[in-house]
Write a protein that binds this ligand. Structure first.
Ligand SMILES: Nc1ncnc2c1ncn2[C@@H]1O[C@H](COP(=O)(O)OP(=O)(O)O)[C@@H](O)[C@H]1O
Ligand SMILES: CC(C)(COP(=O)(O)O)[C@@H](O)C(=O)NCCC(=O)O
Length: 312
């Protein structure tokens, strides 16, 4: 992010990510580069701020100043939005490949809004003011589930690979649609024939199992997880009577398929009353607020993120 003002100084924020599984390599590097001589306290958030606390103290003699991940996430989102009027957007015409495009959304009057944080698992928060929010729901079927199932079903080994496979696949060869059951739409309840009736429902047939590709399985996994998250998000928003739903988290990284699906599903199932919103810098917003304190770390199960202010 360019021209960000932090503690009265203007500069560019650079975000560096690495898998948390590489934490011991990171600590080795930090030791070799003498990071402890530069800084003794590092601001940290996410579960790893607790998990890696001892390792940081023992390996590099650094103290982790811990901040709650949801406090940080919300303050971070507001911080990014305040610094970039183009930050929040929605997808217009999400089902039409040709017409589908991003449209900037005016988020200057944000409250109330829902945040759906899709990380390894999913947490849903209702935000009523800068310091007024509650966790209203969640599901253990999140980004970690998508990646885990995809690795099992397709033998892929990275998130990027899983998304690439999904992009080339067709979930209709795996899922049972309304039309597979009704021969068309279930008109009485407004269920069109193309909607998924049962995720993975075709896989009960050996013949169908033998004919699906890795790509189809990856796409069906992505659609299953995304639709389930969309459905829980929609019910949460309706319960709280809130119409703006902001989706964040690394599951949406390089994942336009899920963003467009969520945009469509929220609109379709709510009869146009709910708006699915996304952030340009969708990667782990919890990082942003901590940058206010200098050198920061987000220590989540899949990702550790390091933010340093260069060029100030
Ligand atoms: N390069 C990647 N490696 C692993 N997971 C990734 C990657 N990019 C995106 N993801 C997705 O992001 C999810 C983790 O999201 P994140 O917001 O970092 O959550 P957490 O707080 O649990 O680390 C993974 O489960 C996966 O679906
Ligand atoms: C435990 C968590 C808050 C951790 O956040 P994450 O690292 O997944 O982003 C999240 O995974 C979660 O809310 N899981 C869902 C638990 C549930 O409501 O069933």
């Amino acid at each position: 992010m360019e021209d960000v003002i932090v503690c009265g100084k203007k500069g560019i924020l650079h975000f560096i990510r690495f898998p948390t599984a590489e934490m011991s390599n990171f600590l080795d590097l930090a030791k070799k580069k003498g990071m402890a001589k530069l800084v003794t306290t590092v601001c940290a958030t996410g579960g790893g701020a607790f998990k890696f606390e001892d390792a940081f103290r023992q390996e590099v003699n650094m103290r982790l100043e811990k901040y709650d991940e949801f406090d940080s996430l919300i303050r971070g989102m507001l911080f990014v939005e305040a610094n970039n009027p183009q930050e929040v957007y929605y997808w217009a015409d999400p089902t039409d490949e040709e017409k589908c495009h991003k449209v900037t959304y005016d988020f200057s009057q944000p409250y109330p809004f829902i945040v759906v944080n899709i990380g390894s698992g999913v947490s849903i928060l209702a935000v009523y003011g800068p310091n007024n929010y509650k966790r209203i729901s969640g599901t253990s079927l999140g980004g970690g589930t998508f990646l885990g199932l995809c690795c099992l079903l397709t033998r892929c080994s990275t998130f990027e690979e899983a998304i690439e496979l999904a992009a080339g696949g067709d979930n209709k060869k795996v899922d049972k649609l309304i039309r597979d059951i009704y021969g068309g739409s279930y008109e009485r309840f407004g269920l069109t024939g193309e909607l998924v009736a049962a995720s993975f429902g075709q896989m009960i047939s050996k013949e169908k199992r033998d004919s699906v590709s890795k790509e189809d399985l990856a796409r069906a996994t992505l659609v299953t997880i995304t639709n389930n998250i969309g459905s829980i998000a929609r019910m949460s928003a309706l319960n709280e009577k809130i119409s703006k739903v902001v989706f964040v988290g690394n599951f949406l990284r390089v994942n336009e398929i899920s963003m467009k699906l969520l945009a469509y599903a929220m609109d379709y199932w709510s009869g146009g009353t709910l708006k699915a919103l996304f952030l340009e810098h969708e990667v782990d917003s919890s990082l942003y607020v901590l940058v206010l304190f200098g050198l920061t770390l987000t220590l989540d199960p899949f990702y550790a993120a390091l933010a340093v202010i260069l060029k100030i």
